[in-house]
Design a protein around this ligand. Structure first.
Ligand SMILES: *Cc1c(COP(=O)(O)O)cnc(C)c1O
Length: 405
């Protein structure tokens, strides 16, 4: 690539196909910079961002204080190794444990690695208890837990799994929000039940109160570890730090990632006292980069901003308005058959036209939204959007839908 030729977006996209493995059918846009809740493409066009890098950019772009905290850490120290202590990970761990009311955290580089760690912790817990391996895990249909081999094994979408089998064995799939289907799969070998609290990729399905309470009961009765995947629905997205907190049902292990660093690659699995005290020991698990000083400086700043600027209260306050504007669109357009969601994790079920057409038309109108499942339009905006952004989103989506109807 000749560097000093000013490339237009079309050329850049073509250039990308020469060297980047084509595992995504990307949208035809090259983004150059962000500001607040908007992105700007290489030609200067503005887009209102209701995708937030797939629920990552909780604070939007260049939130006051965030960049400065990262720059300060760059000047001190980027990386050492988990062989040594560093300050940022100590504070980040304390904040994560405090926010979740759990006991111990292990930081990872991504969501899928947080899942791997959670699965290993559950297997180790049962191994230490029973004196042998060979345990089973119950996961949910339509779940999504990541792309690495263990996370893929508990992902309830055969299309994602099949080409890569055999995956980790001993996984059984139940129906989300169907307690009887879970009970039917429990055996003496079951060591964990894993579920999202609000299914994201599967199509924005919030768990019911009875389902989570029932899972907790089953797990308590049989000494099975309950794992909640909060990677997408956690970190304030539904109005509490973690979605399970609004149900009052605590997991034994929780995973988080996406908005945890609000833009830097960091995840974590967090264990309660019972799971932390009797599972992974020195030598059982590790990571070179996981929780390095740079990403943990981001985690610290994110928690600090959440507290100082009352981000959770803001999500709670604005949610009814966001829901009402989406419900208006649902009333107006027959192609929207339902709205589902919790807080700033909302889905509109699209019927009669492919959801991809709506996403593309919205993009044309300067609005970024994404899809989930086969027919759901997903809205996961930065948590710092205001009423004005909600109005702007509704206008742009209205314009897109009216052209398609
Ligand atoms: C995104 C996501 C993951 C995977 O996270 P990566 O960082 O992409 O590995 C796992 N679980 C849920 C619920 C997710 O939304």
């Amino acid at each position: 690539m000749v560097k000093n030729i000013i490339m237009n977006m079309h050329n850049l996209m073509e250039e990308s196909e020469h060297s980047i493995l084509h595992t995504y059918n990307r949208f035809p846009v090259v983004f150059e910079r962000g500001e607040g809740c908007c992105l700007y493409d290489a030609e200067g066009k503005e887009y209102l961002d209701f995708a937030a890098g797939i629920a990552v950019n909780a604070l939007g772009y260049h939130y006051p204080g965030y960049d400065e905290a990262l720059k300060e850490q760059i000047d001190k120290l980027l990386h050492i190794s988990n062989l040594y202590y560093n300050e940022p990970i100590i504070y980040a761990g304390a904040k994560l444990v405090l926010a979740s009311g759990m006991d111990k955290a292990f930081f990872t580089n991504s969501g899928t690695e947080a899942i791997e760690g959670a699965l290993k912790a559950a297997k180790k817990y049962a191994y230490a208890r029973d004196g042998h391996a060979g345990h089973e895990i119950i996961a949910m249909n339509h779940s999504f837990h990541g792309r690495s081999m263990g996370a893929l094994a508990v992902t309830g979408n055969a299309h994602y799994r099949e080409p890569f089998e055999p995956l980790m064995g001993g996984v059984r799939f139940a129906e989300f929000n169907n307690l009887e289907s879970v009970k039917a799969l429990v055996t003496d070998k079951t060591c964990a039940i894993i579920t999202e609290v609000v299914q994201g990729e599967g199509g924005i399905y919030p768990a019911t109160q009875e389902f989570l309470e029932g899972l907790r009961r089953i797990c308590d009765e049989k000494d099975i570890l309950l794992i909640f995947d909060e990677i997408q629905c956690g970190m304030g997205r539904t109005g509490s730090y973690f979605a399970w907190q609004s149900y009052g049902v605590q997991p034994d292990i929780m995973t988080c990632a996406k908005a945890l660093g609000s833009g830097v690659p960091v995840g974590a699995f967090v264990l309660n006292k019972k799971a932390a005290g009797a599972s992974l020991l020195p030598g059982d698990h590790g990571t070179t980069y996981g929780g390095n000083p740079f990403v943990c400086a981001a985690v610290n700043k994110v928690f600090e901003i959440f507290e100082k600027d009352k981000i959770l209260a803001h999500v709670q306050e604005l949610t009814p308005y966001l829901e009402s504007r989406l419900d208006e669109l649902k009333e107006k357009y027959t192609c929207i058959s339902a709205r589902r969601g919790k807080g700033f994790m909302q889905g509109l079920v699209i019927t009669g036209i492919p959801v991809g057409q709506v996403v593309n038309k919205a993009l044309e109108k300067g609005l970024l939204v994404i899809s989930a499942g086969s027919d759901v339009l997903r809205l996961v905006p930065p948590l710092v959007i205001t009423r004005k952004h909600v109005d702007e989103m509704a206008e742009k989506l209205d314009a897109a839908l009216s052209e398609l109807s």
